[in-house]
Write a protein that binds this ligand. Structure first.
Ligand SMILES: [Zn+2]
Length: 272
């Protein structure tokens, strides 16, 4: 093992790449041809021990709170998505305000977005989005989001969509809120194929769509560390801390949507 030693304070990158395929060799290891995800393709971390390749260990600043170190993976998703394009002075729609969408609001603000509009179907999460710095929060069940966004952007529509909902209607609504020539970063995973009017919703508008998977290795980690060091605080995104034994309750809470990030702790109170 090189680069890490016993007792180091680390966070784990969950994408294990092969290091040899053409994508790895081109600096695209997050979409490696032989990608394995810890907890999906190989044993995960709900265990006493987890096997993590040394190259997947990211050394944390020792001053970082444990629960922040435990949330670097979803925070990295948010950083990767939000920084996929320049947000400086841009109008941004954040579709879906789960833990990753909420982190993306913080990143968009730090990156200099001029307007951040957050949408979700859950009032609890909309409340969090407002407290974390969204200029407007919109209930996707009742509000005409494209119309409201056009009203906030001189009739043009938003420059950027950050899609975290994975919901078919959420995606269509988000694309509908974009101006011609807008950019969409898509992270939310739909549970089934989505029907889109590609001609009218994407092609004639000249939109650019980019799929976002994992975190760029290791660019996103450097960006995430720099954002934390410069004062971005993701702790308000963490709304619940439960001991490991109450995992069933934690998962039920997650499914309800009435939460931000849920952290499980082991016996001594440290995040798992
Ligand atoms: Zn590879």
């Amino acid at each position: 093992v090189h680069g890490v030693a016993l007792g180091d304070f680390i966070s784990g990158e969950s994408h294990v790449s092969c290091g040899r395929c053409h994508l790895c060799r081109r600096g695209e290891a997050h979409i490696c041809e032989r990608l394995q995800i810890i907890g999906v393709d190989r044993d995960g971390a709900f265990a006493d021990y987890v096997v993590l390749p040394a190259q997947n260990a990211w050394k944390m600043d020792p001053k970082t709170p444990l629960e922040v170190a435990a949330a670097m993976d979803p925070f990295g998703n948010a950083v990767h998505t939000a920084l996929a394009t320049d947000l400086g002075a841009r109008s941004v729609v954040v579709m879906g305000c789960g833990p990753i969408g909420l982190c993306a609001i913080l990143v968009a603000r730090k990156a200099g977005a001029a307007l951040v509009v957050a949408a979700d179907v859950n009032p609890y999460r909309l409340g969090l989005a407002g407290r974390l710095g969204a200029d407007r929060v919109l209930d996707a069940r009742t509000e005409d989001i494209p119309r409201v966004v056009r009203g906030l952007t001189d009739g043009a529509g938003a420059d950027v969509l950050l899609e975290f909902s994975g919901n078919p209607q959420g995606l269509r609504t988000g694309l509908g809120a974009l101006r011609n020539g807008g950019f969409a970063a898509l992270l939310g995973l739909p549970g089934r194929p989505i029907e889109l009017d590609l001609a009218n919703e994407v092609i004639f508008k000249g939109l650019r769509l980019q799929g976002i998977f994992g975190r760029r290795l290791w660019e996103t980690w450097y960006e995430a560390a720099a954002l934390l060091a410069s004062g971005v605080d993701i702790r308000p995104v963490i709304t619940h801390r439960l001991p490991m034994e109450r995992f069933a309750e934690a998962f039920a809470l997650m499914r309800s949507g009435d939460c931000g990030k849920v952290i499980l702790t082991v016996e001594d109170g440290a995040p798992a």
